[in-house]
Design a protein. Structure first.
Length: 114
């Protein structure tokens, strides 16, 4: 009888653990640039996963993430990518403008005109 109870307890514990792994939580936030403007169409992805979304025209986002997720990766054209810890409450994320390494472009053309 004792082994049966222990076996049932183990199965119950395993079931409860699997349920907690499957639970998701909703994370909301706003992505802005250094001047405080909302960054539209920024990519918001759970680190090391394919779970993601994009920001709206005001920089706001909502994403459902696994309860085990710890970090979001934010990327947008013209900005440095940023990793942000998932916390309770809305996230306020400020992206830094990317520094262009290309300071000058020289166009050279060759051809003939007849």
């Amino acid at each position: 009888m004792k082994k049966v109870i222990q076996g049932m307890f183990f199965i119950l514990l395993l079931f409860a653990t699997n349920i907690s792994w499957a639970q998701n939580k909703t994370v909301t936030g706003k992505v802005t640039g250094e001047k405080g403007e909302g960054v539209s169409k920024a990519s918001v992805v759970v680190k090391n996963s394919t779970i993601g979304t994009t920001t709206n025209e005001k920089g706001d986002f909502t994403i459902s993430v696994p309860s085990t997720a710890k970090t979001l990766v934010i990327t947008s054209v013209g900005f440095e990518s940023k990793e942000v810890a998932i916390t309770n409450g809305p996230l306020e994320i400020t992206l830094t403008e990317a520094v262009s390494k290309l300071a000058e472009v020289v166009v050279v053309g060759y051809g003939t005109q007849g």
